[in-house]
Design a protein around this ligand. Sequence first.
Ligand SMILES: [Zn+2]
Length: 133
Amino acid sequence: MKNKERRVEMSGGNGEQKLSKKQLRELKKMLEDKKGELEGDLNLAVAGCDQHCDIADRANKESEVRFSIREKGRKREELAQINLALERMKKGTYGQCQHPDCESGHISFLRLRAIPTAPYCLTCQCESEGRKR
Ligand SMILES: [Zn+2]
């Protein structure tokens, strides 16, 4: 009963530590860089054709546009995730697992460096993906 709590506390202390300021800065920069990149892409997609395409070009663009709508949706989604992550950073909850039943509570720096927008720690991510099936 009590034993379990203690074990969780200890494993939390060893592995999945809170992020240091330096790590947070690094992740924030990654998020902001990515955000700038995505916003640039989305603006380009909006500016797209009109200015200098003749009609033949335009026909070609049609299929590109359809593709880019899907692409755009994906980028928008990514941008939204980044904004959420930046929001969590502002609130000081960034790096904490958002799963209500999470045991470890913190997302490891390595995981965040791979996926800076990750809202869940690896354990919870695996569980929620497992449940979907
Ligand atoms: Zn978790």
